[in-house]
Write a protein that binds this ligand. Structure first.
Ligand SMILES: [Zn+2]
Length: 366
């Protein structure tokens, strides 16, 4: 009789891994889904140092600890986890759920900034509360925020750790300029195996399932996604986490959806071209916003401002002068209706300029 999950048969050194408990290399056999050939989570398996280590985490225990995963596994045949990583079929390393739960909290400078920005008219902060629960914002002891990347199957792919100035909301880079990651920290303290491999997804991807009919606003930075969602909750705000991260393989989850791209200043041409190509390949309807291109001053361009900078400026100044008026597209009309309660947001929305394009079709300028 064949079981659904079996320990991987010995096929040489590549089939024996580092043990997540004792960290000896080449001693750990992982469980494999016999239907799909995919590994279960990298912690699920048995260490062959039976006397000295004795680690054995069975699929049964794993699914008890991670009930959500069982559902995905049950659909293994129709939606195989298998991905084309040579030598390691189906392996998408993820961060155990406990770390996201431990990290949740308001104690980051980024969230302090959000609290100063939204909900001025009330003692409560309904907007910030919503953002916290939608995006699972985490915090570290030193007040950095953690932006968790959770995919459409609720797999926690990564946690990006970033520091912000609580007053301005501007990013504070570390001395090396490098971004710190939760998995790097966990590796440093021996909680994740050295072989754990990062495979990123889009930030906000997990919201797609919950809101199957909503339009997606795609921006470059996590901060823009959060501020955008705070200001315009009717859209699903997602970010690529970097200019270069707008890639077809990451955008598979957008298939069949309506997507509005908001390129940062200086990235318009690149994102427009890339976006069209990806929309055609994956199959989603794309609109590229020209609002920043139309309202930017030379200084704004020099600083490479993004949609969040304008939203923040607009909210903070409560300016009464809309930047410019363009014929409204369908998206703009929807936005306007949704945000009619907040005059500051409304002014920005009146100024939104969108260039529409159906998949691969001629681009229409608003
Ligand atoms: Zn071991």
């Amino acid at each position: 009789m064949t079981h659904k999950y079996e320990l991987e048969k010995y096929k040489g050194i590549r089939s024996r891994h580092e043990c997540p408990a004792c960290h000896h290399k080449g001693v750990f056999a992982r469980y494999v889904d016999t239907d799909t050939g995919a590994y279960l989570h990298s912690d699920v398996g048995r260490c062959n140092r039976e006397d000295k280590c004795g680690y054995h985490y069975t699929p049964g225990q794993y699914f008890k600890d991670n009930p959500d995963e069982r559902e995905f596994a049950a659909h293994g045949r129709s939606t195989p986890i298998r991905q084309s990583t040579p030598g390691q079929p189906g392996k998408i390393d993820r961060i155990p759920k406990q770390y996201i739960i431990q990290s949740l909290g308001y104690n980051s400078n980024f969230v302090r900034f959000l609290l100063s920005l939204f909900d001025h008219y009330t003692l409560e902060s309904p907007t910030v509360v919503r953002l916290m629960s939608d995006y699972y914002l985490g915090c570290t002891k030193d007040g950095s925020v953690i932006f968790w990347q959770i995919d459409t199957r609720n797999r926690i792919r990564a946690g990006k750790i970033m520091q912000y100035n609580p007053d301005t909301g501007k990013r504070i880079k570390s001395q090396s300029g490098a971004i710190d990651w939760v998995h790097s920290k966990l590796k440093r303290i021996g909680k994740l195996a050295d072989t754990w491999k990062l495979s990123q997804c889009l930030f906000g991807e997990h919201l797609l399932q919950k809101r199957p009919n909503d339009t997606i606003c795609m921006v470059e930075s996590e901060k823009s996604a959060i501020i955008g969602s705070g200001a315009m909750p009717g859209y699903i705000w997602m970010s690529t986490g970097g200019k270069q991260n707008l890639k077809a393989e990451k955008c598979e989850c957008l298939k069949g959806r309506n997507v509005v791209l908001f390129p940062d200043l200086g990235a318009f041409d690149q994102w427009m071209e890339k976006g069209k190509e990806i929309a055609q390949r994956v199959g989603f309807s794309l609109t590229v916003s020209t609002v920043l291109e139309r309202i930017a001053t030379p200084d704004d361009r020099r600083d490479g401002l993004d949609i969040a900078d304008y939203l923040i400026r607009q909210i903070q100044t409560q300016s009464n002068t809309p930047v410019s008026f363009a014929p409204l597209t369908r998206e703009e009309e929807i936005l306007q209706q949704m945000n009619a309660k907040n005059p500051a947001i409304m002014q920005l929305i009146t100024s939104l300029g969108l260039v529409s394009t159906s998949t691969g079709k001629q681009i229409r300028t608003a």
